[in-house]
Ligand binder design. Structure first.
Ligand code: MTE
Ligand code: MOS
Length: 759
């Protein structure tokens, strides 16, 4: 079934923040942000800006009625800098003006006196200074220190993986409107309407019931709007509070890139120990997370790095430590995979390192160590594993050995073009690791014309969650999907929502919708039973718009039944609640059963490297993917293809670059390259895993939002193989992304050394 939004998207009729018609009197906002990454804020001069045309007001920290604080997890993030600036791009003042141009013009006239302080951009440096966001976290399974003593082979090294710009097509933004009695309505491009509501309440000192947050849809979020949409909504709300006028702020691309955080870069030290049969016996890893200037979501992102530090492998002895390090960069944040992919990159680097030294293929080590049913993850949960099944089915269908053979043959026959191949298993846990967040509500109304309206806490951001929710209602009521409309995400209709994140939105909100629809359906069956002379409501069913008695159609149709119920004063509405059963986690012992289930898969990737220029193409990505049983293959395949391309981009061409002053140099699309149509894999082939297993996902259809991104990790290792095919003596550092520049430097590592030595 097609995405319910496809028609209005193609016609340009879907409503994003910037499409909301503006009310008369709307003011426009623009931020003045810190030009330096760290310093004492001595004074801010707004005089010239105040005298600019159209300027109505300039807001700084001292004007706030409520708290100058937006940190959701830790109170370490002021909305406007007051005493210090902590990163370049940190908001200092907000201009409110009659037009957007006037606001931007005036913002450029503001100046600040800032006394420079030391700038730290490297997480290892921050860690040495003990500048940590939270105390270090540990996962321990077995006894790694002892197990290393009995290993046949032990290898240690370092792996670095950089950040990633979200580059949602729709930039961050918000629009706030005053309502009666001092309240306000805030439209926000956010994954977390409740987070925005809480944040607005905090900075305005209004109670939450005075604040309505509404989200139509997002032009992409990818985690970047889970927490970081709050600031702009808070600024607009403060503007509305102070001026009693509507205030809009939609960031320009360069403002967005400069002022918002990205995927966390990580640096890590690993040590891996294997026995003579290539079984991984012990693994020790220390992660240094580059958190940026404040906590934001760094602590839970750090935790998920630990949760996924052994990827799809079973390792009996693991000691994993993770430091969240405070640096003078914009606060880094959630990004598809939420720290998991970074953890996986490091174990894959360790395996590649071992394979290189032992002169075996990495896939041999990977294959031998896949997690089996009943094996324990380092956090205590026992696996219900599809790791080996997806591997075997992918291998049977795509023939890894043959793919490798073709590449080897090609490499023998070509001197300046080389092919590389990598196999990439994935394993990703579904549920928020913070157990209380795994709850959702759905409000379902059946109207007297028989049509159905659904509201949930899920935010549509292109991932198709609204389509899946509409499918749930249409399936349970047995109505055509056109009879169901999923409405905006609104905090008055659905309260206390978890953000749309952790790939869990369809499960949580879909299940709540299922419960609501089933409750209404049961009432309708009870109304129908006497009308069709059925003994009990159990003998009644509703199929394709008609009431059935004991499996046989009657004349009673949906519309008549709905009106009969209403006439008899039976409620046609339901507000249902769902909480994922059976999950828990205890950070006291760092053990538990945090995930409702895991998603598995195995991909094989092939690349071709041009060894004269250093450029490359991804020839194919072929994966056996664990959908459970997909409830919408067109939505799910779209998620897989998009996820793979985004993952490949992260590890290859996308390079976030801050200089030593903490200034973002990759600050526009001209200096930050994302995959375009020419650089996506020439072929993506998806083989759905064949399994009859039941799982706790909505309609057995496992979450698909984040896991496929991690297939992209294989692109890094495939390129590395191709580079080694050209420069066989060289062992490229594990330092992602593998940009064409870096590929070239590694292809000609000897020449580079000689040049450096001045030869
Ligand atoms: N797909 C699109 N098109 N746009 C997005 O912003 N976000 C991803 C993923 N797929 C995203 C996307 C992220 S980070 C998550 S957590 C999930 O979608 C969230 O949606 P779900 O829970 O409905 O899968
Ligand atoms: Mo996704 S990173 O959990 O928003």
């Amino acid at each position: 079934m097609k995405n319910v939004d496809s028609k209005s998207h193609v016609r340009g009729e879907s409503i994003y923040l910037d499409d909301i018609p503006l009310l008369q009197g709307t003011l426009f906002a623009c931020v003045y942000d810190s030009p330096v990454a760290h310093g004492k804020l001595k004074s801010v001069d707004t005089t010239e800006a105040e005298n600019c045309d159209g300027v109505v007001r300039i807001v700084t920290a001292k004007d706030l009625v409520g708290e100058n604080e937006i940190g959701g997890i830790l109170p370490d993030e002021p909305l406007f800098a007051d005493e210090e600036v902590h990163f370049q791009g940190m908001p200092v003042a907000l201009v409110l003006a009659e037009t957007e141009e006037q606001a931007r013009h005036a913002a450029r006239k503001i100046t600040a006196e800032i006394e420079p302080l030391e700038i730290v951009t490297d997480p290892r440096v921050a860690c040495l200074k003990n500048d940590l966001i939270v105390p270090p976290k540990h996962f321990i399974l077995g006894d790694a220190a002892n197990a290393f003593k009995n290993c046949e082979y032990v290898f240690a090294g370092r792996a670095d993986v950089n950040g990633q710009e979200h580059l949602y097509i729709e930039t961050q933004g918000a629009y706030s409107i005053p309502t009666e009695q001092g309240g306000m309505k805030v439209y926000s491009s956010t994954q977390g309407p409740t987070a925005v509501q809480r944040c607005v309440a905090r900075v305005t000192a209004l109670p939450m019931h005075q604040i309505e947050v509404d989200v139509t849809r997002l032009g992409g979020g990818f985690g970047g709007k889970e927490d970081q949409a709050n600031a702009w909504a808070a600024m607009c709300a403060v503007g509305t509070q102070l001026t009693k006028r509507p205030v809009k702020y939609a960031l320009h691309r360069m403002e967005d890139m400069r002022m918002t955080g990205k995927r966390h870069p990580y640096s890590a030290d690993y040590k891996i120990g294997l026995d003579k049969d290539l079984k991984i016996v012990a693994y020790e890893v220390v992660f240094y997370q580059n958190a940026g200037a404040s906590a934001d979501l760094s602590p839970p992102v750090l935790e998920r790095t630990l949760f996924h530090c052994t990827n799809a492998y079973f390792i009996p002895n693991v000691t994993a430590t993770a430091y969240s390090c405070r640096t003078n960069l914009p606060p880094n944040t959630a990004f598809r995979g939420f720290g998991g992919p970074q953890g996986m990159f490091v174990i894959e680097s360790a395996i590649a390192h071992a394979a290189e030294k032992l002169n075996v293929s990495a896939s041999e080590i990977q294959r031998k160590n896949l997690i089996n049913n009943g094996d324990e993850f380092p956090y205590g949960q026992k696996a219900i594993s599809e790791a080996l099944t997806t591997w075997t089915q992918a291998d049977e269908k795509f023939d890894f050995a043959k793919i490798q053979k073709v590449a080897n043959e090609f490499n023998r026959n070509n001197k300046f073009v080389k092919k590389g191949v990598a196999v990439q298993p994935i394993c990703f846990g579904i549920s928020f690791t913070k157990t209380p967040m795994n709850q959702a509500r759905s409000l379902v109304h059946v109207y007297t014309d028989g049509s159905v309206a659904v509201s949930t806490g899920a935010v549509e951001m292109g991932q198709g969650v609204n389509t899946k929710i509409a499918q749930v209602a249409s399936t349970i009521f047995s109505l055509p999907i056109e009879r169901v409309k999923v409405h905006t995400t609104n905090t008055l209709r659905i309260a206390n929502t978890s953000p749309t994140a952790a790939s869990a939105a369809a499960d949580l909100n879909g299940k709540a919708t299922q419960i609501a629809c089933e409750t209404i359906l049961q009432r309708l069956k009870e109304v129908a039973a006497p009308l069709v002379e059925a003994e009990t409501s159990d003998d009644v069913s509703i199929e394709n718009g008609f009431v059935f008695r004991n499996g046989e159609s009657t004349n009673l149709d949906w519309l008549v039944l709905v009106n009969e119920a209403h006439f008899n004063r039976v409620s046609l509405s339901e507000h249902a609640h769902y909480a994922t059963p059976g999950i828990n986690f205890d950070w006291g012992i760092a053990k538990g059963h945090p995930f409702a289930y895991h998603v598995y898969g195995t991909a094989v990737l092939g690349v071709t490297v041009d060894c004269i220029r250093g450029i490359y193409t991804v020839d194919f990505v072929k994966a056996c993917h664990d959908f459970g049983s997909s409830m919408n293959t067109s939505v799910d395949y779209g998620q897989i293809e998009g996820g793979i391309v985004q993952g490949i981009g992260w590890l290859t061409m996308e390079e976030v670059f801050y200089d030593e002053n903490g200034k973002l140099r990759s600050n526009a699309l001209s200096t930050y390259k994302i995959p375009d149509i020419y650089s996506v894999p020439k072929e993506i082939e998806i083989l759905p895993l064949e399994t009859e297993k039941e799982n706790p996902a909505i309609f057995n259809s496992k979450a698909v939002g984040e896991p496929p991104l991690m297939y992209g990790i294989g692109a890094y290792f495939a390129i590395r193989e191709a580079v080694k095919a050209f420069n066989s003596e060289h062992s490229p550092a594990f330092d992602a992304p593998f940009t064409p520049e870096k590929v070239l430097l590694n292809l000609y590592s000897e020449t580079m050394k000689q040049m450096k030595a001045g030869k």
